[in-house]
Each structure stands twice: as structure tokens, then as C-alpha cells.
Design a protein around this ligand. Structure first.
Ligand code: SAM
Length: 264
């Protein structure tokens, strides 16, 4: 059996070495024998081996060629495992599914790409039943944040538009090899079957949210200058002198609908 290559920082490689944490992730994912599971960034297979005999099919997406070679060797006899040597940021998850099928997606994600990866997955959530990810704890807090809290921002609003967010548990650096410099946490994201609010056009909603949080300390009137005037903001039931971090999802949706009614 080949010796594993040294962890590569540029791929965010911090390998899980705590069996209890691995078990808690598997329990939280709760794969069923008929499930089609996708693991992002399987690394040396710490989680992979516990998923294999609990689901019907397991696709793993790993960018590091040395690790895909290792995984193919390690799990050579697993008939239900498909190893993809690919960049998860450009991966077509939709292409893995049969008509009507939904995936469970899991992973101890590389922290350096977690936000763009989440957005990539939001774009394909029609084929995803559930996502369970290990992320930097601070990112999990931002995903789950409520209006008015310090961590509430663009990521919170966009993630909550797409998914129900549940923080599961924290994980200490010592559970990884090498230990990361930050605390980690596991989070469950369950895509909404239908968007929770009407936004008119998704692209406009994205723009409103990005602009509103672009300069956090500005009032909405100033942050949205050129997009919506103060009286149009007020007509949405939103105080133009408020700041984005105090606004619930529904208010961003109302602003986006107004913009859409002007530029359908
Ligand atoms: N799941 C393993 C574990 O828990 O021990 C490894 C987790 S490690 C934090 C992240 C893994 O994602 C590494 O194996 C790394 O090579 C892989 N990775 C990094 N960037 C990636 C990308 N863009 N697409 C797919 N895999 C990636």
C-alpha cells in the first residue's frame, strides 16, 4: 500500500483523525441503503470508508491527483465507489443524478474555497436533498446568523434564501492532522423545496444583497444609491436610514421585487 503524500496547504488539507468526530458526521448525515451520496474532498478516505457500506452509491470529488490514486488503490474492491479527479468548484453535480434522484452531499471542506463552493452548490440545489459540511466555525456562525447579530451578512442572507441552516457541533483543531489554526464546526444545509420569499428576479436579489452589505456601515439609502431611492426603499416598508445588518430576508426580497417591477 502506498504511503500517503504529505498534507498540501494549497489544497486546504487537514485530515480528520478523530474517530468520534467521524462517527458524529456519519450519524448526522444518516445515509440510508438506497441513498446516493457525494463526498467533496475525501482526502485519504477517513470519512469515505464509513460511508461506503451505508449507501447505494458514493461519488467522491477530489482535486489532488496523488490522493485519487491512493483512494482508488485503498478502495479497489468497493463496487459502489466512483472517484472523480476534479475541482469541486466546477463540478457538475446534476450530471450524477438519475431523473428525480436527489443527492446527499457531505465533506470536510477545504476552508479556503468554502464560500465559492457553497454558492456553486446553491446553483445546483435542485438535485440536492441535504448537505452536511465541516467548515470553519466562523463561517458556520455567519451561515446561521440572524439579523442584528455581528456575523449577519451577505452569506447569511444568501444561504438562508437557499437553505435551512442547522449548526450541528463544534470540532477542535486537535481532531485534525495537521491541526488547522481555527475552530471548526459541522453544519447541515437543507435546500428549501421552494424559495421562502418571492424576489422577482434572482439576479436583482443578488445585486441588492451584495450592494447593501458592500459598505456595511452605510445606511441603506447610501448603500443602494443609484439602485433605489429613499422613498422607494421606504415604500417597501424598510427604513432607508437602517443598515443592511438589521434587515430580515423578507426585506431584501421586498427591495428586490421593487427593483424588478421597474426593470422586469
Ligand atoms: N475528507 C478528508 C478528511 O476529513 O480527512 C480530507 C479533508 S481536507 C480538509 C480537504 C480535502 O479537499 C483535501 O483532500 C483536498 O485535497 C480536497 N480539495 C481541496 N480543494 C478541492 C477542490 N477544489 N475540489 C475538490 N477537492 C478539493
Amino acid at each position: 500500500m502506498r504511503t500517503p503524500p504529505k498534507p498540501r496547504k494549497r489544497f486546504g488539507q487537514n485530515f480528520l483523525q478523530d474517530g468520534r468526530v467521524i462517527q458524529r458526521i456519519v450519524t448526522a448525515l444518516a445515509p440510508r441503503p438506497g441513498d446516493h451520496v457525494v463526498e467533496i474532498g475525501p482526502g485519504r478516505g477517513a470519512l469515505t470508508r464509513h460511508l461506503l457500506d451505508r449507501c447505494r452509491r458514493l461519488d467522491v470529488v477530489e482535486i489532488d491527483r496523488d490522493l485519487t490514486v491512493l483512494l482508488r488503490e485503498r478502495f479497489a474492491t468497493a463496487a459502489n465507489l466512483i472517484v472523480h479527479e476534479a475541482d469541486a468548484l466546477a463540478f457538475d453535480f446534476d450530471a450524477l443524478t438519475a431523473p428525480g434522484e436527489k443527492l446527499k452531499v457531505v465533506g470536510n471542506l477545504p476552508y479556503n474555497i468554502s464560500t465559492p463552493l457553497l454558492f456553486h452548490l446553491f446553483g445546483q440545489q435542485a438535485v440536492i436533498a441535504q448537505m452536511l459540511f465541516m467548515l470553519q466555525k466562523e463561517v458556520v456562525e455567519r451561515l446561521a446568523a440572524t439579523p442584528g447579530s455581528k456575523t449577519y451578512g451577505r452569506l447569511s442572507v444568501m444561504a438562508q434564501y437557499h437553505c435551512r441552516i442547522e449548526k450541528c457541533f463544534n470540532v477542535k483543531p486537535a481532531c485534525f492532522q495537521p491541526p488547522p489554526k481555527v475552530m471548526s464546526a459541522v453544519v447541515r444545509l437543507t435546500p428549501h423545496p421552494r424559495p421562502p420569499v418571492e424576489v422577482g428576479a434572482y439576479g436583482l436579489f443578488e445585486t441588492v444583497v451584495a450592494k447593501a452589505f458592500g459598505q456595511r456601515r452605510k445606511t441603506l439609502r447610501n448603500a443602494l444609491r443609484g439602485l433605489l431611492e429613499a422613498d422607494a426603499i421606504a415604500a417597501c416598508g424598510v427604513d432607508p436610514t437602517a443598515r443592511a445588518e438589521t434587515l430580515p430576508l423578507e426585506s431584501f426580497a421586498a427591495l428586490s421585487r421593487t427593483l424588478y417591477s421597474r426593470h422586469p
